[in-house]
Design a protein around this ligand. Structure first.
Ligand code: S3P
Length: 393
């Protein structure tokens, strides 16, 4: 049985690039992006596109639309409407686009038809695959050339997909050089299962001492630093049947607890390669021996919620005896040995990863958790609760 959803990052890139893929087992974010792309393609005059909760969708599509030289407005739900968009609007406007934001920062993103300069260089200071991909897609749609200097590597699904479609793209050291004038070949993309969704089940195995294997999970090295952290913490991780399809590696993952978990320190260049798994690492840290430290992760404050603040406030409620230090760019966790069994109500901030992380915490501790809402899990992992109750309860 494999109820994992398809990779959310790869599927949304397929949607924006107009590439075919099997659209079964996808979450709400991917559906929003598919819907917005369809609407954009069917409108001659300017359209308003609703990206729902999808930060990837709104940022990637904004780049593509700015490059296509059409008028458009992109909106999102309440949470997406609070997320920073100047990080894409500024480089696109410097390149020649005409984009305005609410309060110079937030959606709605209003794009006015404009021509991008034939060549552009961008020094990517924030290690963000969404910004990088937005700019690559703008170059593709505008048939222009871009060089991106990537100081800290982030997930490279867009580069791999363009390469798969025989685009003129190469990496030289820290530079990604892409000439959008060469037409891409439209291929069918075999999208693997989502590693970031699988991460919850990998953690569930470790914490409940089960050994359920997960098949055909995307194991792109720019996504899987979580596995290295688990090994460092003392878990056993085995990858089997590794193969590459559609230029993306995938494998069967077996995970189990060999002995007690240890605390870890995570910082620097590793962070972008496990950014979405940090809430889960914090939960595992509650069950480990010794201190866990996460630094250089300020980007967590700009996700579907301020993940540093929300995670830590809920952890304090979950275990009033835990030691926590909050930093602007991370935290320290000192697990406690005293256990209490009171039910905890988690404030989710409408953030799917906060909800799923505390479900794992509940599995590990036997402590009951309730949530102010759980529907946001649908954005990434629609079968999450079904899988948890079938396999782990
Ligand atoms: C994503 C990139 C990451 C990640 C997000 C998906 C993508 O965001 O947190 O869930 O598909 O490119 P940033 O690139 O903004 O760090």
């Amino acid at each position: 049985m494999n109820l994992l959803p398809k990779d959310k990052s790869i599927a949304q890139r397929c949607a924006v690039l107009g590439l075919d893929f099997d659209q079964n087992d996808i979450g709400e974010d991917v559906k929003s992006t598919i819907g917005a792309v369809k609407k954009f393609k069917s409108f001659n005059a300017s359209a308003t596109l609703d990206l729902g909760n999808s930060g990837t969708g709104i940022r990637l599509l904004s780049g593509y639309i700015a490059g296509s030289g059409k008028d458009c407005m992109l909106v999102g739900d309440e949470s997406l409407s609070k997320r920073p968009m100047n990080r894409i609007a500024k480089p696109l406007n410097d390149w020649g686009a005409k984009i305005s934001l609410f309060d110079d920062q937030f959606p709605p993103i209003k794009i006015k038809a404009a021509e991008l300069k034939p060549e552009y260089f961008y020094d990517l200071k924030i290690p963000s695959a969404q910004i990088k991909s937005c700019l690559l897609l703008a170059a593709l749609a505008s048939k222009t050339k871009i060089t991106i200097s990537e100081n800290t590597p982030s997930r490279d699904h867009t580069e791999r997909m363009l390469e798969e479609c025989e685009a003129d793209i190469k990496r030289e050291g820290k530079h990604i050089i892409f000439d959008g004038r060469k037409e891409i070949i439209h291929k069918f993309i075999d999208v693997p299962k989502d590693f970031s969704s699988a991460a919850y089940l990998i953690a569930a195995n470790i914490i409940t001492n089960k050994t359920i294997q997960l098949d055909n999970v995307g194991v792109n090295p720019t996504r899987t630093a979580f596995l290295d952290v688990l090994s460092e913490m003392g878990a056993s991780i085995v990858l089997e049947n590794t193969e590459i399809k559609s230029n993306e590696p995938r494998a069967t993952i077996r995970s189990s607890a060999t002995h007690e978990l240890n605390g870890v320190t995570i910082e620097g260049r590793k962070i972008p390669n496990l950014i979405d798994e940090i809430p889960l690492i914090a939960i595992l840290a509650m069950f480990a021996k010794g201190k866990t430290v996460v630094r250089d992760a300020k980007e967590l404050r700009y996700k579907e919620s301020d993940r540093i603040s929300l995670l830590l406030s809920n952890m304090k409620k979950f275990d009033p005896n835990i030691g926590i230090i909050e930093y602007d760019d991370g935290f320290e966790i000192m697990p406690s040995t005293k256990k209490d069994t009171n039910t905890v109500n988690i404030m989710t901030g409408g953030d799917h990863r906060i909800i799923m992380s505390f479900v794992i915490a509940s599995l590990g501790s036997g402590k009951k958790v309730t949530f102010d809402e759980t529907s946001s899990v649908e954005t990434s992992f629609p079968n999450f609760f079904e899988v948890i109750s079938k396999w782990y309860q």
